[in-house]
Design a protein around this ligand. Structure first.
Ligand SMILES: Nc1ncnc2c1ncn2[C@@H]1O[C@H](COP(=O)(O)OP(=O)(O)OP(=O)(O)O)[C@@H](O)[C@H]1O
Ligand SMILES: [Mg+2]
Length: 242
């Protein structure tokens, strides 16, 4: 891994879907070892940013780096360092959940004996070991969330990118995920997560970034962002209730 001070460096990134500008000249960095919360309303551009960071989406202009590696020119090195816990479930329907993890490890060059050990450790850690021979469609929603997390962690990535990891989780699972992410961060891993829960950002992160309509509107230390008076009022207009 390159000796980069930043886990993520995004410079002047623009991304269009047809005529829709999803990201407009976005620039920001995430320090190595940071716990970064990426906030913004539905459609703001959070998942698009994650897709660009993980090479799932192309982009029209800009420079995007993971620990100094360009996500386009040095794609393999960059992707190897990232664990992605996506917003949507996208599992292979034909594999047992254990094999799903073993196959994922294979993409990163981890051979079956080690992959199986690591898969079992993670399944145990997230309370899925009993289900190891089941297919993912037989899991509950919360169990699928845990499986997404196991898959993100299978190759021991340096940065874990999580797109709304606790949406739809019960309280116990939410706290379990929070604790695990805190532990990983204390071990020195960089965490980048999107969330709609201010409490989550407040409890966990060190840095907050806010995006709206494809523009970065704030980036800063948590305490600084939380004290920003202009972000404290939310106006909701409700119509059509008479
Ligand atoms: N594959 C796609 N094709 C066309 N437009 C897309 C595509 N993916 C996202 N968009 C559009 O890009 C914009 C940003 O979407 P994105 O998924 O990045 O938002 P988000 O911040 O993750 O929102 P949410 O909180 O709802 O997950 C939206 O206007 C969305 O409709
Ligand atoms: Mg999203």
């Amino acid at each position: 891994m390159r000796d980069s001070k930043f886990a993520i460096e995004i410079k002047n990134l623009s991304k269009y879907y047809g005529n829709l500008a999803a990201l407009k000249d976005v620039s920001f960095q995430v320090k190595r070892g940071d716990f970064f919360a990426f906030l913004g309303p539905n459609g703001a551009g959070k998942t698009t940013t994650i897709n660009v960071l993980t090479g799932l989406s192309n982009y029209q202009s800009g420079d995007v780096r993971i620990f100094g590696y360009s996500t386009t020119k040095d794609y393999i090195q960059a992707r190897r360092l990232v664990g992605l816990c996506a917003q949507e479930f996208n599992f292979d329907p034909f594999l047992t959940i254990r094999n799903l993890l073993v196959f994922q490890a294979g993409y990163f060059g981890i051979l079956p004996p080690k992959a199986k050990r690591r898969a079992d450790e993670l399944l145990e850690r997230f309370g899925l070991y009993e289900k190891r021979n089941a297919k993912h469609r037989t899991l509950s929603g919360g169990m699928k969330k845990r499986l997404l997390l196991c898959r993100a962690l299978i190759h021991e990535p340096e940065i874990i990118i999580l797109d709304e990891p606790t949406a739809g989780c019960d309280l116990e699972l939410k706290f379990q995920i929070w604790n695990y992410l805190k532990e990983l961060n204390q071990e020195g891993k960089t965490i980048f997560l999107t969330t709609h829960y201010m409490e989550e950002a407040e409890k966990l992160c060190k840095t907050i970034g806010i995006i709206n309509s494809g523009n970065i509107v704030r980036i800063g230390e948590k305490s600084q962002i939380l004290q920003d008076k202009s972000l404290q009022d939310v106006f909701i207009e409700v119509t059509g209730l008479e």
